[in-house]
Ligand binder design. Structure first.
Ligand SMILES: Cc1ncc(COP(=O)(O)O)c(C=O)c1O
Length: 393
């Protein structure tokens, strides 16, 4: 490997939520806690990105952004090159984050009291984006056979009524790590078309697909699907630049796109951050080699975690992810309620993981661990988890 992901960087006092935000988010003031939660990485962004930001900083003038052709070219290049997906410049709309886009989409494409379907357990801001904007969440829980999660199409069709206007798909799925097959996506897309439901496909994790799996951008399946889909993408997870707040929302359907643009305008969002543009361009144009090495390191971390848990914490079950650096662990065998499980991990393990219940009630008894950290840090995190579990049993 050309790149070194073993280097431990101290992130304290960098205004990062993962390490500095524990009091703000969880009310935790304990400085001994090891945080392996929120979905960003403890790795430096690729050198090409750092250089691009430093070059831009060197220029010294940071007035309003404008003239985005090179930004569009970089996004078009990446989607074609990495995902074999041909997109047009006019389909791309930037937002300062995918969560911003999800909220704007609900505003733009629903009326109050409409319903939006989501597949829980799922990324918590999906629930919030729906509720924030006056709609009701319809949960179509994923089915779990103890090893793998699949979509429940029967339940989905049963829950659709005239009030359902939108569906949020997480593809690949956070937190369960599925990369949906083309067959699953086709079946879902057909149900949406048949019932006049617009599909929002959040593909922010699409670049982080692990060996043996292939991500399919939803609109690339058919023109009919393309016209009914909004795809949320970003370089933020892939290259660890979430704090630069740059995401690309891809909307082939002109009518839907105009509604989205009007709503974005009404929120006063019109221009990206100049550093975000530079970082995105550098990452999409020169970051691929780094990404390929990163994925090898993540795979190795996943193997390490799987072996460690099998050998040391047999009461925990690893749900093998097909994508992302987030691993969903089944701790239901411990027989603890959600508060006791959370307390055990915090106070006995001195470890901070995302608690499964925050992803919907189906997540109770599970935790999500972020393995995008140096292996030595992961090892320490797992030994803390082991300690917590053994304090209980
Ligand atoms: C599925 C999903 N969508 C969106 C986001 C966050 O996107 P952003 O930081 O661009 O708002 C995350 C972050 O974890 C995520 O997992």
């Amino acid at each position: 490997m050309k790149y070194n992901f073993d280097e431990v960087r101290n992130r304290l006092n960098t205004n990062c939520i993962k390490w500095d935000g524990l009091e703000e988010v969880f009310g935790i003031v304990d400085k001994d806690i090891l945080p392996l939660w929120v979905a960003d990485m403890d790795f430096k962004a690729p050198k090409c990105v750092l250089e691009a930001i430093m070059n831009r900083a060197e220029h010294g003038i940071f007035g309003y952004a404008g003239g985005y052709d090179t930004y569009y070219d970089a996004v078009i290049h990446w989607m074609k090159h990495r995902h074999n997906w041909n997109i047009k410049k006019e389909w791309i709309v930037f937002t300062p984050g995918v969560v911003t886009a999800l909220n704007i989409l609900v505003k733009a494409l629903t009326n109050p009291n409409d319903k939006v379907i989501i597949q829980s357990p799922v990324y918590p801001p999906f629930f919030k984006a729906v509720k924030n904007n006056g709609c009701d969440v319809v949960s179509n829980p994923l089915k779990f056979d103890g090893r793998k999660y699949v979509m429940d199409f029967h339940d989905l069709e049963k829950k659709i009524d005239d009030r359902v206007k939108l569906m949020f798909l997480c593809s690949p799925h956070n937190p369960v790590g599925r990369v949906w097959s083309e067959e699953e996506l086709k079946r879902l897309g057909d149900i949406c078309i048949k019932n006049n439901i617009i599909l929002v496909s959040d593909e922010i994790h699409a670049d982080l697909v692990l060996k043996g799996h292939e991500h399919r951008p939803f609109p690339s399946i058919s023109e009919e699907f393309a016209q009914n889909t909004i795809v949320c993408t970003a370089p933020s997870k892939t290259f660890n630049i979430a704090g630069l707040q740059m995401s690309n929302i891809i909307i082939p359907n002109e009518k839907i796109r105009n509604k989205f643009l009007n709503e974005r305008e009404s929120c006063g969002i019109s221009r990206p951050n100049v550093f975000g543009i530079e970082a995105l361009k550098a990452a999409y144009e020169h970051g691929e080699e780094w990404l390929d090495d990163l994925l090898v390191y993540i795979e190795e971390n996943l193997k390490f975690l799987t072996k460690y848990i099998e050998e040391n914490i047999p009461k925990a079950k690893v749900i093998q992810p097909e994508a992302t650096y987030l691993v969903w662990l089944d701790l239901r065998e411990l027989g603890l309620n959600k508060n006791d499980l959370e307390n055990l991990i915090h106070s006995k393990g001195k470890l901070l993981l995302n608690q499964g219940y925050t992803y919907g009630e189906e997540g109770e008894g599970f935790v999500r661990i972020n393995i995008a950290c140096p292996r030595s840090v992961l090892k320490e995190g797992l030994s803390r988890l082991k300690k917590a579990v053994y304090t209980h049993i």
